[in-house]
Design a protein around this ligand. Structure first.
Ligand SMILES: Cc1ncc(COP(=O)(O)O)c(C=O)c1O
Length: 463
């Protein structure tokens, strides 16, 4: 489909000027935009593609930001929202309920594994994580263990920007402007298997969590928070048995296991929930993003019966926490329609059927000198870029800055591929396309990535 007339009629110069003057983009170097450096303005989307304000087409290899899983421009989701606007545009979940939130909670409980049956809505990933950290503390308090307040997370992991979620986030540069963040977060090694010594037992990575619990004192630790596949750092996949060992450790020390599936749920790894991919049972799942395929904002914390139980007893107990817009009727209606699309179109099954082909396409780039590692599962993949393939030497800060922001980001975008060039850990390119992508889109990604990475290799070699 070609861009609509409205996209073509936009006054681009005016939009650019207004954006530079009034819009504060997130995690963006606003000062870097000037008359020579346009702000990319995305004006329209359809399926796996978006169009910018000039009418230029891009393959959305990042699904917005790991979230438009069902693809752009689905009329079913727009219609569900429109029907809901006519019936009930808003009611709050503070002491009231409404039909769509009840139906959605029931559907999520049905999809979620094991006894994850209690659904607490939020508006996004950070709010879900914040809610889980508060619930973990409160759960232990209700059981007479009020000292259990700390959370164990992993280095380089991103869990959101609110001060609690930020404390769990393991990226120093993201906290530096805001210290002190909420106290009590402890960080252990992540599962970067590319850089893990071959002669070490991968299970030491899980055991590091037990060591941290012992060091802090189990009587002070409330929860462990982990993503099924860690996003920041570039799609770190857990070694075999990792989560089973973490589960054992959590049980042994009365510590809750929070699976942060802000990205990894909703088919990204080929299942409704990421923990299903690795066969472990968390006490709490936090998620957001693609619960509505990002058509409207929504997040959710899914809680096991065991953890919810103290708050459900007859009497006056309550979890003193909430958000005005959580479980918004429009978002609930869209989420229900989104899940229906997933089930009707078999999006999880499609990912499982096609992940091999997607992975092989990326692996085929491994001959390039700059490609050190290709990793990930489902439609969630990363390419780690290295200076020296043999020694795995990475780029220094100045080189990484030039490689990612001075060359790759702009070049990939100008050739019509939106993906992420990131260096919260070592430099990586990440791809997480809409789950409707197939052979054609894999080929398109390849046809952009290969020449761009070839040129990147040459440029970095010459420096
Ligand atoms: C694992 C994880 N947790 C939390 C968040 C924060 O989500 P939000 O930006 O919706 O607050 C993100 C965002 O990407 C995430 O990837």
């Amino acid at each position: 489909m070609e861009p609509s007339a409205t996209a073509q009629e936009l006054d681009i110069d005016q939009l650019q000027e207004q954006a530079r003057r009034h819009l504060w983009m997130h995690f963006s170097r606003m000062g870097a935009y000037d008359a020579e450096h346009e702000i990319p303005i995305i004006a329209r989307g359809d399926g796996a593609y978006v169009w910018d304000a000039h009418g230029k087409k891009y393959l959305d290899g990042l699904s917005g930001l790991f979230c438009v899983n069902a693809g752009h421009g689905r009329p079913e989701l727009a219609e569900a929202a429109a029907r809901q606007f006519e019936e009930l545009e808003f009611y709050v979940l503070w002491s009231y309920a409404h039909p769509r939130a009840i139906e959605l909670a029931t559907k999520i409980a049905d999809l979620a594994p094991g006894d994850l049956n209690r659904v607490f809505f939020t508006n996004g990933g950070a709010e879900s994580v914040e809610s889980a950290l508060k619930l973990a503390r409160n759960y232990h308090r209700m059981h007479g263990h009020g000292q259990k307040t700390k959370v164990i997370a992993r280095k380089i992991a991103y869990h959101g920007t609110t001060l609690g979620a930020l404390s769990a986030t393991g990226v120093t540069e993201m906290k530096a402007q805001f210290e002190p963040v909420a106290p009590g977060a402890v960080h252990v090694a992540n599962t970067n298997m590319y850089r893990y010594p071959e002669d070490r037992d991968p299970m030491d990575l899980a055991n590091a969590i037990e060591e941290a619990i012992a060091f802090e004192g189990a009587e002070t630790v409330a929860a462990v928070i982990l993503e099924p596949v860690q996003n920041a750092g570039g799609c770190f996949v857990p070694p075999e048995g990792y989560f089973q060992r973490v589960r054992e450790i959590c049980d042994e020390h009365n510590v809750l296991l929070i699976s942060d599936e802000t990205i990894c749920a909703w088919g990204r790894l080929g299942h409704f929930f990421g923990c299903e991919r690795f066969g472990y049972q968390p006490d709490i799942i936090t998620t957001a993003k693609s619960i509505t395929s990002a058509y409207v904002p929504m997040g959710v914390m899914i809680v096991s019966d065991r953890v919810a139980e103290p708050f459900m007893q007859p009497g006056n107990e309550m979890f003193a926490h909430g958000y005005t817009f959580a479980g918004h009727p429009i978002a609930s209606a869209v989420a229900l329609a989104n899940i229906e699309v997933f089930e009707r179109d078999g999006l999880c099954e499609h990912v499982l059927a096609k992940e091999g082909e997607f992975g092989e396409m990326l692996e085929s780039l491994s001959d390039l000198p700059i490609v050190g590692d290709v990793r990930g599962v489902g439609f969630f993949r990363a390419i780690e870029l290295v200076k020296d393939k043999e020694t795995k030497e990475t780029f220094n800060d100045e080189e990484a800055e030039y490689l990612l922001r001075g060359f790759l980001s702009g070049e990939l975008y100008s050739r019509g591929l939106i993906c992420r060039a990131d260096d919260r850990g070592d430099p990586v390119i990440q791809l997480a396309p809409p789950l409707i992508c197939d052979t054609q889109q894999f080929q398109e990604m390849h046809d952009v990535l290969r020449p761009v990475l070839e040129e990147a290799s040459e440029r970095m070699h010459k420096r």
